[in-house]
Design a protein. Structure first.
Length: 292
């Protein structure tokens, strides 16, 4: 894959699940590059991996809503905050992606709430207008801003565009037969029921994304959906649970109630995101082959 990415810049844009996918791809590729010829480092809202041998850059840009929000800081942000989104303001972030050869977007996790506070105006302005708006409608408005930006700024002969669909969560064990209050903690087998879908996935939001991409296609802008939703629905056993890196060792009290700490949103590596990147590689390979 690194040969296919020679002289190219790949940018994953979105929330921490975009970071999960970026980390997966870096792990898959870095063994092919001797340590003196590779670098990995944070840079503001970016995490960047570079192969000097291939002149290739694989980057992750933190932007959970794609547009400006009060959660734009790459470190100091909380999904539990009162979320404020500037649905028409994408340029502050998007100017960092304009020259990318491959863009992989993702924005879903932070939208899982009934309403968001939408701001018309600037954060630093006293004249801004704030209004609580249904999350689905807010998402639709953001997708419109995103689509408008792509239509105007993307070099259609150069840049490949992707959007990773919703990644399933396994926060409510009663959905697959466990007791209420349990979750992915201590799970060791996938869900085997064909077509299973939990309540953590919102088909209405998926349809809004598909509608936006269909409209772009009619305007000559092709965005390929990486549809990973159903394959993630089954994988209740593949989350980090409590077995992730903690800033401080867990106390006996915390370990006595592990379900309250379990991460049932992100994914272990190696693991599920590796499959997402196999799909991504297949599409990249297909596109590059068609150019010859």
């Amino acid at each position: 894959m690194l040969e296919r990415l020679r002289n190219k810049r790949v940018v994953f844009v979105g929330d921490s699940l975009s970071g999960n996918q970026w980390a997966s791809l870096v792990c898959l590729l870095k063994s092919s590059v001797p340590p003196p010829h590779r670098t990995a480092y944070p840079n503001g809202s970016f995490a960047i991996f570079k192969s000097k041998v291939h002149n290739a850059s694989i980057e992750y840009y933190w932007s959970p809503y794609l547009v400006e929000s009060n959660s734009d800081h790459p470190v100091f942000h909380r999904a539990t905050w009162d979320q404020i989104v500037r649905v028409q303001a994408i340029e502050k972030h998007a100017r960092h992606w304009t020259d990318a050869d491959i863009l992989v977007f993702n924005s879903y996790l932070w939208w899982r709430r009934p309403k968001l506070k939408v701001l018309w105006g600037a954060f630093e302005s006293s004249d801004g207008i704030y209004k609580e708006v249904d999350a689905l409608r807010s998402y639709e408005m953001v997708l419109q801003s995103w689509s408008d930006w792509l239509e105007i700024h993307i070099d259609r002969s150069k840049t490949q565009l992707f959007f990773t669909s919703m990644s399933a969560t396994h926060l409510w064990g009663e959905e697959w037969g466990k007791e209420k209050g349990e979750n992915c903690y201590n799970e060791s087998e996938p869900i085997l029921k064909e077509g299973y879908r939990g309540n953590g996935s919102n088909p209405k939001m998926m349809r809004k994304l598909e509608e936006a991409i269909d409209k772009l296609k009619k305007k000559g802008v092709k965005v390929q959906i990486l549809n990973i939703t159903q394959l993630t629905e089954y994988r209740k056993e593949a989350h980090p649970s409590i077995y992730k890196k903690w800033k401080e060792p867990l106390t006996k009290e915390q370990l006595a109630n592990p379900t309250t700490l379990a991460d049932c949103i992100h994914w272990c590596l190696p693991g599920v995101p590796d499959v997402w990147n196999e799909l991504l590689y297949a599409y990249i390979f297909e596109q590059l082959e068609s150019e010859f």
